[in-house]
Design a protein around this ligand. Structure first.
Ligand SMILES: [Zn+2]
Ligand SMILES: [Zn+2]
Length: 258
């Protein structure tokens, strides 16, 4: 049996009536990560090292700030993160600052010949290192890393249960499909966890379910737009009242729609 810490949240999420059980899992996990980052993690030296190294992406900075919880804790993490990154950028810059002066003074002819020969100048090297470091900062996030890792564990458990627990398979097959982001993640993950026959069985079931439900959501949005036509004034809304938010979620996954 797969570890319980992953199977219980998976079973709970699949018990919910929703557009994407993986979004339910991800949202719960994300909320827990935000709470943890602003709470117990501040006292964990390993976690502080990780937040100093990876920092947070825009979404997770926003989520932590907007939660209004522990502003001091957030400030402490930002403080040490900035100390580390400022030092790094400064070091890269200072190591090559001398070459900048040299390249700046290079004659016009040399500048032209460098452009033509596309030889990498010292200035190019500095730019490459700075952009590389900024890329790292832009694309790393403590919470995103944790989400990626744990969502991978959940998907492993989903495949395991699907082929070993008939009850779970029945529930899975009765769902409304997934958001496109998580549909892709499931399809990509078959390669890692399933053999050829299992992949074929799973993909057939998943795509049948997905296409039916994408059509359903599309029709619900369509009906929403028709309800703005006076001829449909008295017609019932059906499931279309919240079709706009649900369709956005079906396309993009969890969104912070107000
Ligand atoms: Zn999703
Ligand atoms: Zn993030």
């Amino acid at each position: 049996m797969k570890e319980k810490i992953y199977t219980i949240p998976v079973s709970d999420a699949f018990a919910e009536d929703c557009e994407c059980p993986l979004c339910v899992l991800e949202k719960k996990l994300e909320d827990e990560c935000i709470e943890y980052a602003l709470g117990p993690s501040l006292m964990e030296p390993d976690m502080r090292q990780e937040t100093n190294e990876k920092g947070f992406c825009k979404d997770h900075f926003e989520a932590m700030f907007n939660s209004q919880a522990n502003r001091l804790g957030l400030a402490l993490m930002i403080d040490t993160f900035m100390q580390e990154k400022n030092k790094k950028l400064q070091k890269i810059f200072e190591t090559r600052a001398g070459s900048l002066e040299k390249d700046a003074k290079a004659g016009l002819m040399k500048n032209i010949s460098n452009k033509i020969s596309s030889k990498q100048t010292e200035t190019d090297k500095l730019l490459q290192e700075l952009v590389g470091e900024l890329d790292k900062i832009e694309h790393s996030c403590t919470i995103c890393s944790k989400l990626e890792h744990t969502m991978g564990r959940y998907i492993d458990v989903i495949f395991y249960l699907y082929f070993r627990e008939p009850d779970f398979r029945e529930i899975f097959d009765s769902k409304k499909g997934f958001c496109l982001k998580h549909l892709k993640q499931l399809l990509v993950s078959t390669k890692k966890y399933l053999n050829t026959s299992e992949t074929a069985i799973f993909t057939k079931k998943l795509m049948d379910m997905q296409i039916t439900n994408l059509e359903r959501v599309e029709k619900e949005v369509d009906w929403f737009t028709k309800k703005f036509d006076y001829r449909y004034n008295d017609a019932p809304w059906g499931n279309s009242k919240d079709a706009v938010s649900r369709s956005i979620q079906k396309i993009r996954g969890n969104c912070n729609l107000k």
